[in-house]
Design a protein around this ligand. Structure first.
Ligand code: FAD
Length: 349
């Protein structure tokens, strides 16, 4: 029978791996527990607005990723954004220029992964609970104990702590390698407004995104907010109602894992109010909520150096990819999956 590959996780890493295998003409089946593909590049539909809850933009360094992003851009799936980035320091709001080009999916971040999923078979709403091997073949068991397979190979493209759970009992060394990668949590809130946002003195009326430096008088774990973007000021979303995505500091998120979502959303919005220029008041939101990303971004430098292994392979047809093996960015996740897919394709008899 032909070599068949199962990929657990249809975030950008799993999808990039799947596309590289498909390009080599190999059968591939993806499984994701989410309602759709996308993982940490997902967006949420609210009445009258779409908000990005994970990655807010991504940058490009690697030539292979640049070629991919250029093709997406020409096809209208990504655009440059933000045009200007603002920064709030102790002394107030100022325009922040660093000459880094950043990109976003259009008309929402999830357009990138939706595009990557095209032509791939993705079973959504399917959480793989465990793996079983039999006669050199792999079976996947889902949350309902239904079996999927058999497959010659299994690629695990989920955050490392979740990968470790799937590997337990199969590949102790790989499970241990997963546990060594720290994935830090992040609260992300959204706030939707019926009224327009007030003008900010000294700031363009169409400001798009702002980075908030930690206040000097308190530790980062006590300072909730690190980044705010305006969803209706993103390409392809003009004319929607005003809405904000509010990203928490990782230190604050770690210290507030047990908050309920409403309290987290309230804390992030209050922190934004505090950092507005004096005299400016924000209208009350008509919709306010928050999502906790338990494994938001890997701390690949935790051990003092980058893990930078790109992806991991074991004998017996198991392999792993995802941002945890390379770095904390969309680009790292794509490269990890793409390189693994190419290596597996090259190894196929
Ligand atoms: P994921 O996107 O997490 O994909 C893993 C998939 O596996 C998910 O879809 C999940 O549903 C699925 N899954 C997990 N377990 C199972 C299971 N047992 N069975 C089936 N499916 C399963 N990057 C940037 O470049 N720039 C940024 O500005 C930026 N900001 C960020 C802000 C936030 C709040 C977050 C959360 C992330 C941010 N990132 C940013 C990081 C970036 O989003 C990630 O590095 C990248 O999306 C990771 O892709 P991935 O495919 O490795 O993992």
């Amino acid at each position: 029978p032909p070599v068949s590959t199962a990929i657990i996780g249809a975030g950008i890493a799993g999808l990039a791996c799947g596309q590289a295998l498909r390009a080599a003409g190999l059968p591939v089946h993806l499984f994701d527990k989410g309602r759709g593909p996308g993982g940490r590049m997902s967006s949420r539909r609210l009445p009258g607005a779409v908000v990005d809850l994970g990655a807010q933009f991504f940058s490009v360094r690697d030539p292979a990723f640049r070629r991919r992003v250029t093709a997406w851009r020409e096809a209208g799936h990504v655009a440059s954004w933000p045009e200007t980035l603002w920064q709030v320091t102790e002394t107030g709001w100022r325009s922040h220029r660093d000459n880094v080009e950043r990109f976003i999916g259009t008309p929402r971040m999830s357009a990138v992964t939706r595009q990557l999923a095209e032509g791939l078979e993705v079973a959504t709403g399917t959480r793989i609970a465990r793996l079983a091997s039999h006669d050199g073949q792999w079976w996947l068991l889902d949350q309902h104990d239904a079996r999927h397979g058999p497959f010659t190979r299994v690629v695990i493209a989920v955050p490392t702590p979740q990968a470790a759970a799937l590997l337990a009992g199969h590949e102790a060394a790989l499970a241990e390698a997963c546990e060594a990668v720290i994935q830090r949590p992040c609260w992300t809130a959204w706030a939707r407004f019926d009224a327009p946002l007030p003008s900010l003195p000294g700031v363009d009326d169409d400001w798009q995104a702002v980075r908030l430096d930690p206040g000097q008088e308190r530790p980062p774990a006590d300072d909730p907010l690190r980044f705010v973007s305006r969803n209706d000021h993103k390409p392809g979303r003009h004319g929607q109602g005003e809405s904000l995505s509010l990203l928490a500091r990782l230190e604050w998120s770690e210290a507030h894992l047990a908050l309920d979502a409403e309290a987290a959303a309230r804390a992030l919005l209050d922190a934004f109010r505090e950092r507005l220029p004096r005299g400016v008041t924000l209208p009350e939101p008509t919709d306010l909520g928050a999502h906790l990303w338990r494994y938001a971004q890997p701390d690949v430098f935790a051990a003092g150096e980058a893990v930078n292994l790109d992806y991991r392979r074991a004998s017996a047809g198991l392999a792993l990819c995802g941002d945890g093996w390379r770095g904390p960015r969309v680009e790292d996740a794509w490269l990890s999956g793409h390189h693994l897919g190419e290596a597996l394709a090259a190894d196929t008899p």
